[in-house]
Design a protein. Sequence first.
Length: 290
Amino acid sequence: MHYKKSICYSGYRLNQSPVTKIYPSKQEILEDLQILMRDGYEQIRMYDPGMHARLTLEVIKENNLPIKVMQGMDLDGEVINNNVGWGEPLKTKDIIQNKKNNLKQLDLLIELANQYPDIINYVSAGNENTSDWNPKMVAVDTLAKYIRTLKENIKQPVTFCEGVYFWNTHAMPLVKEVDFVSIHIYPFWLRKPHEEALENTFAAYEATKENIKDKPIIITEAGWPTKSSLGDYTSNAFHRTYVDGLEAWAKKNDVLLYMFEAFDEPWKGSDKQDEPEKHWGVYDLNRNKK
């Protein structure tokens, strides 16, 4: 697997949200993809097989855009996790419904992968679902079954996306199931000083390569927010230095990297304006490059 300029894409604008089911229009999606292609992006990563992904795939096909998609699932929790980092622990009745929802998502993902084999080039069986802070935890053996089901029903290579620490610990049994390993690296959340952030990222990638020798390893999330309540940790300058440095390293070392993320998303996280989840975009809400 080789370097291509790639980025995570979720195009929700002001007053749009997957929670309220108000989605970007085809025209808005086309505008976003044209911005990304103008700046050299060849691949995007999307997180669930719902309406936003479907519209995006239609836009790519209808306009014959030269852009590929890694398509994933946003799994609901199937494990009662009493140590969640945010939200509330699930109840048994939630888990019963979540398992049904996840099987529906699995079917939808298979459908999309087979409907758009020339656009969807990779498929992910989940996102950070072995992380011990996540209310959307799914047991490793269940994730393994989802991965095997995908591999039995589609032609694309299958992965699972998870933080670098959890790939090297909790998620290790999934290495033998996936076609390649997809890691997330966030020195920001580790409170690393900005001047150490890039070296921390490179070291985490190399350590994972040393630990996992028999599968290709790519980075499906890494980035730096431009605003947060942590104050000195964020600025446009820090963001720019990190993003540019990481992209240059990935290109030089032929590492496939999906930068997190394309555009700021005002629906995410808390209602506070300095909520970092809202400010990871390479482009701001008005589609201006930071």
